[in-house]
Ligand binder design. Sequence first.
Ligand SMILES: Cc1cc2nc3c(=O)[nH]c(=O)nc-3n(C[C@H](O)[C@H](O)[C@H](O)COP(=O)(O)OP(=O)(O)OC[C@H]3O[C@@H](n4cnc5c(N)ncnc54)[C@H](O)[C@@H]3O)c2cc1C
Length: 369
Amino acid sequence: MDKIIKHTDILIVGAGPSGCMAANILKDSGRNVTLLDKYDFPRHKPCAGGLTPKTVEELPFEITDLKQHDSEKMLFKFTNGKTVDLNNESGACKMVVREEFDNFFLNYVKNKGVKLMKGKVIGVNDAPDEVIVETSDYKIKCKFLIGADGANSSVRRLTTDLKFKNPVFAFEGLVDRKLSSRNVPTKFVFNELGYGWIFPKKDHYNVGIGNLVYNSAQPKPKKKDLFSFVKDELDTDEITHITGFPIGTEGNEYIPTSERTYLIGDAAGLAETLLGEGIYNAIISGKYIANSIVGANNPKEVYKEYLKFLMGMKKELALYNKASKILYKKQRMSYWMLKLFFGKKFMNGYSEGKTLTEIIKGKYPFPST
Ligand SMILES: Cc1cc2nc3c(=O)[nH]c(=O)nc-3n(C[C@H](O)[C@H](O)[C@H](O)COP(=O)(O)OP(=O)(O)OC[C@H]3O[C@@H](n4cnc5c(N)ncnc54)[C@H](O)[C@@H]3O)c2cc1C
């Protein structure tokens, strides 16, 4: 049977933060924009739900009703057992629950008139004048396709040769706050490949463990690592809602393969490798691709503009990669650096909404908009 044919100016695959950010700007500029997601919302997305202030500043709405905690105090524990305790009264991280945050963002853009379709991409035909995207029910014809479908992106697989060679992977789960006698602030416990975290929310802790430095002998953390981490830190064995998921890094290798098809967020590998923060780069890439489309007269100009942003992003990601190698591989040195001078600089910089390049080099890494 022939598939139903739909038309839209811009099709965004994936209604997570990167997709919704792009949809919001494109809709505001009067474009006909459609989001396609394989799930009904609210849906679970494995994520600790830490939003840095720079992320919050970029969002088109206030997060007052979504915020569950301000990380005014942060504890960093190193493999030598020593801890560095950092404080800032504005908080270096705002804690949300991802299901709620993503659902709010999606409803925000739907209320503006962004269309939402349910479906999974199974084919892409990038023709000279249009892109035809196929799901099991439809063929959707569009002028631009934006792949915002996360770390396991189908759009990336169908339209580029980009493969993540050293995948970053993390497990997360929930611990009811009543189950632990300890009152723990936002805490990072480093190991040689990454870290375990405790992120406080109103009635629970989001706990997790992830690898950020790739080691082929230990490519993924295991569930039992999460249990032993939580036993040590919160003195309980009860973790619910455990899920694992990759984080899309390695965007340093991404170059758009056509003038009509673009990847953003985790699909493009734009999460950073120091702490695995991905939401900021997801929404900022959504913002830049949308502004590139809005400001351009033709697809060639879109390509040129988005490439400028990607060049800035690659430098930012390289800085995170460098810092990550020092943090995890040279823990004694990192401990002293954080304790003596860098800790305060980072805590204050993050709390003031700065990017890593701004904190270290004093300049904004992306083109001015
Ligand atoms: C355990 C864990 C903890 C994390 N904690 C944090 C944190 O605290 N702070 C932070 O900044 N980052 C964190 N990250 C990273 C962060 O979750 C991602 O960087 C961020 O979600 C990327 O946003 P996105 O919009 O690019 O993709 P996603 O949020 O992954 O959204 C992709 C969307 O695409 C849809 N989709 C996927 N495939 C298809 C398909 N074939 N067809 C149609 N739709 C599809 C999905 O249903 C989903 O809705 C964490 C990641 C993990 C795994």
